[in-house]
Design a protein around this ligand. Structure first.
Ligand SMILES: Cc1ncc(COP(=O)(O)O)c(C=O)c1O
Length: 405
């Protein structure tokens, strides 16, 4: 290990203390495996939180990014960026939508979606537009997106929150129909197709179909946050495609650049002309390096059948977890689609994060009680079996202990 790596592995007193971190630092990776600065090896069940679509050091992605870095990393949106058009055209082709705004993160993509919804309302003469959001939702940590988020822990200390949100429970169409009757200011419905941070809660496909119909009747925008569940993770390009519907606005980020920061908002005909020059922008959005990462990620995914792999290996991983954990007291549910899986336990299980790392597995725990697996989409069947073999004994041992007071 060299000296700078050693420094990272120790405490980081000059880095603002906004994360509860495990005391380890990753040094490098290959495929679905990562190594820390002490030389320990881990199977990556986290993929940088649903980011490393192609795993680590992918042999086709690395030279493409090296080539782009040597040509042009950043230019400016003062000029045309041809790679933006290449990536936008591909995202439109895959989604059936019409145009894309590029940014650098998920919250920025959502912030743009919220601005589109409000402007869409103003353009229709609604002076105080409101947006339907969901219990259990997570959309980011800017002031607007944390206001749309449902978690009081994330909102605490940051009031006053942004107004103009109406909250409903997930998968309850009657609740949304009631809002439609009561509130003439609503302009959009905004939800994650599969809630991620909230604990891997999928929208039912019939629910999404019902929302699509309602949004059409009411002239609302259907805005599906696919920041975590999009880009092949569930075995289709976008999770809503399982329901056979098309949204009006779709924020993306995370997996689109396989680790290079990128965000995108893909819009359909109802939203395509809402924003014009001067309405929105960001310095880094759409820069050539991020665009190349997106173009190459999507290209390699097709070349190597990565999305199909996510469907097949995801199903095998879920089945393996269900088989191994069947009848274990304290296991509430194993759910999710493709390689976006959650194992809900009957009690908080944050302790499993460190224990899994000690056993050589990266994962996350979200919503206190849900073990989340969002590995690279190149995970092999053998690696999925290894996840089951490492994780299930840890869960059983954890649940056999008396609950912490
Ligand atoms: C569904 C969803 N939306 C938005 C975000 C925020 O993305 P970012 O952390 O890139 O701002 C996340 C992050 O976890 C997410 O899961």
């Amino acid at each position: 290990m060299n000296a700078p790596e050693k420094a990272v592995a120790q405490a980081m007193p000059h880095v603002m203390n906004t994360y509860a971190r495990l005391p380890l630092a990753l040094s490098h990776g290959k495929g679905c495996w990562v190594w820390d600065t002490e030389g320990r090896k881990y199977l990556d069940g986290l993929g940088g939180i649903a980011v490393n679509t192609l795993g680590h050091a992918h042999p086709k992605l690395v030279p493409a990014l090296q080539d782009q870095i040597a040509r042009l990393i950043h230019s400016s949106n003062y000029y045309e960026v041809p790679l933006q058009e290449t990536l936008a055209a591909r995202l439109c082709e895959l989604s059936g939508l019409n145009a894309v705004f590029f940014c650098s993160t998920g919250l920025e993509a959502n912030e743009c979606a919220l601005k589109i919804a409000r402007k869409f309302g103003h353009d229709r003469g609604i002076a105080r537009p409101e947006i339907i959001v969901y219990e259990g939702a997570f959309h980011g940590r800017s002031i607007a997106t944390l206001s749309a988020t449902a978690n009081p822990k994330i909102q605490a200390g940051f009031g006053p929150l942004v107004e103009g949100f109406v909250r409903v429970p997930l998968n309850d169409l009657a609740a949304v129909q009631q809002v439609a009757r009561d509130n003439p200011n609503v302009v959009a419905v905004f939800l994650e197709t599969i809630q991620g941070e909230g604990g891997i809660h999928p929208s039912r496909w019939e629910y999404l179909q019902g929302l699509r119909r309602l949004c059409d009747e009411q002239q609302w925008l259907l805005m599906l946050d696919e920041v975590q569940c999009g880009i092949g993770r569930t075995g289709k390009w976008f999770a809503h495609q399982w329901a056979g519907i098309v949204p009006d606005v779709m924020p993306l980020a995370k997996g689109l650049g396989s680790g290079v920061p990128i965000g995108a908002v893909v819009v359909g005909p109802k939203a395509v002309n809402v924003l014009g020059p001067g309405n929105h922008g960001t310095t880094f959005g759409g820069n050539p390096l991020a665009m190349r990462a997106g173009v190459e990620t999507l290209r390699i995914m097709v070349e190597e059948g990565v999305m199909e792999n996510a469907a097949v290996v995801g199903a095998a991983l879920k089945a393996g977890l269900q088989r191994d954990l069947q009848g274990v007291e304290g296991v509430v549910d194993v759910r999710g689609q493709g390689l976006m899986l959650g194992i809900e336990l009957a009690r908080p299980c944050g302790a499993l994060l460190g224990r899994a790392a000690a056993a050589g597995l990266m994962l996350s725990v979200t919503a206190d009680k849900v073990i989340r697996l969002v590995p690279p989409l190149i995970l092999s069947a053998d690696e999925a079996a290894q996840i089951v073999a490492i994780l299930c004994p840890l869960i059983r041992a954890f649940l056999a202990e008396p609950a912490a007071a």
